[in-house]
Design a protein around this ligand. Structure first.
Ligand SMILES: Cc1cc2nc3c(=O)[nH]c(=O)nc-3n(C[C@H](O)[C@H](O)[C@H](O)COP(=O)(O)O)c2cc1C
Length: 393
């Protein structure tokens, strides 16, 4: 779900080698409808061209504190934004802000801002692990700033380790999450299953289904943006994985059950959006040859939701029901049979599509119908139903 449209986002760029990646993040934020502004330290100018930033943001690239006599530019810039993104955040700037130093425009803007500030540190692994830097990061967090840990991998200096700036997609997703107006899933652990499972017919052929995993991905992203930790257990999907989730790949229904039994123990909420095969074929060894008519034997699979019943104690379980007729009736039946708290009934046209038609039903009897609705909006409504139910139990 896009929380960036119409918001004012200030990119505060410091003098790290990863500064060259920031114009890509600015471009993506503009594509999502964000109003951007670039603010740089004098060192950052060595790594990224102010002209590129000015062209992208269609504004001045702000660097000098004293460029307009008589105006407190740092206060204007701090006032006129919804969020500040310090990316890359150098060892030096992290240290300055943690110590209350405001000796350039960027640090002065941050010191006078009362909007969310996200730091994306990026530096050599030894600089990152330096005890002074680690202490400074703790000070920032303690004072309400968000610090997104750098990733591990090959660094610009040729060394390996923690210190890499995350990819643009991760930066944009973190900005989007920070701008989400609700944080009511904070402290919750949510497990979501997605996509179709894969069962083997022989050693070369598989049986799966048309589930794309889109609905589950949208739910994962909305719930993550609202503050929860998400474990995303996925089979065969045709959409990109959600950013910021613990993503676990599985193949068969049996694999999914095994992973779920492990992950469910520490979860507060389970959302079963995967299309798990109802049947598993008796697998033929080798490759089935083309001959005459072939009869294959299928066995019903275990009902995973029923298997997970014994782990439920106080957790909220949400299930999905895809039905071609009597949608509401069948969905309610599924909710009762499987002791679900919420069921999302949807029509076959919802499968592998960007929109959905169906109904969200809670065990309290609340109903919310949707028709050709975008899946991110449906995901938001599912989150609303979970919160409403959570408050009532
Ligand atoms: C080629 C080069 C690359 C650098 N890359 C980084 C970096 O990735 N992270 C970092 O913290 N410092 C890096 N530095 C050091 C900073 O540029 C230096 O500490 C500077 O004072 C930072 O100023 P600022 O925080 O005001 O932008 C680099 C220096 C050079 C010469």
């Amino acid at each position: 779900m896009n929380f960036i449209t119409g918001r004012h986002i200030t990119f505060a760029i410091t003098g790290g080698i990863a500064a060259y990646k920031i114009p890509y993040a600015i471009r993506d934020v503009i594509k999502m409808g964000g109003q951007t502004r670039a603010l740089i330290t004098p060192s950052a100018e060595k790594f990224v061209s102010p002209l590129v930033l000015e062209t992208l943001t269609n504004d001045r690239c702000y660097k000098d504190m004293f460029f307009e006599n008589g105006r407190t530019v740092h206060i204007d810039l701090a006032r006129d934004t919804d969020i500040i993104i310090i990316a890359p955040a150098t060892f030096n700037t992290i240290g300055k802000i943690a110590s209350g130093i405001a000796d350039n425009l960027l640090t002065a803007v941050v010191s006078s801002a009362d909007v969310p500030v996200l730091f994306f540190p990026s530096m050599n692994v030894r600089m990152w692990l330096n005890a002074i830097n680690q202490r400074n990061v703790k000070i920032l967090k303690k004072n309400g700033y968000t610090v997104i840990s750098p990733e591990s991998g090959e660094l610009a200096c040729g060394e390996e380790g923690v210190g890499r700036l995350p990819e643009t997609g991760v930066i944009v997703s973190e900005i989007n999450n920070a701008l989400c107006p609700k944080k009511d899933f904070k402290g919750k652990r949510v497990v979501i299953t997605a996509g179709g499972t894969i069962e083997q017919l022989d050693d070369v052929r598989i049986i799966t289904n048309l589930s794309s995993g889109r609905m589950a991905k949208e739910v994962a992203e909305v719930i993550k943006a609202r503050g929860s930790e998400v474990t995303f257990i996925y089979g065969n999907i045709s959409v990109p994985l959600p950013f910021g989730a613990k993503n676990v790949r599985v193949k068969t229904g049996e694999d999914m059950e095994k992973v779920l039994k492990k992950e469910i123990k520490s979860a507060d909420i389970l959302i079963m959006a995967a299309a798990v095969s109802d049947y598993v074929p008796e697998k033929v060894k080798g490759k089935i040859k083309r001959k005459d008519k072939k009869v294959l034997t299928f066995h019903p699979t275990k009902d995973i939701l029923r298997e997970l019943g014994k782990y439920k104690k106080g957790k909220i379980y949400v299930g999905f029901a895809l039905e071609d007729k009597n949608l509401e009736l069948e969905a309610v039946k599924k909710m009762r049979d499987k002791s679900l708290d919420i069921v999302v009934g949807n029509t076959i046209s919802t499968l592998n599509s960007n929109t959905g038609t169906g109904i969200i039903i809670t065990k309290d009897g609340e109903k919310h119908k949707f028709k050709h609705q975008k899946k991110d909006i449906i995901a938001w409504e599912i989150a609303e139903s979970i919160i409403a139910l959570h408050k009532s139990i």
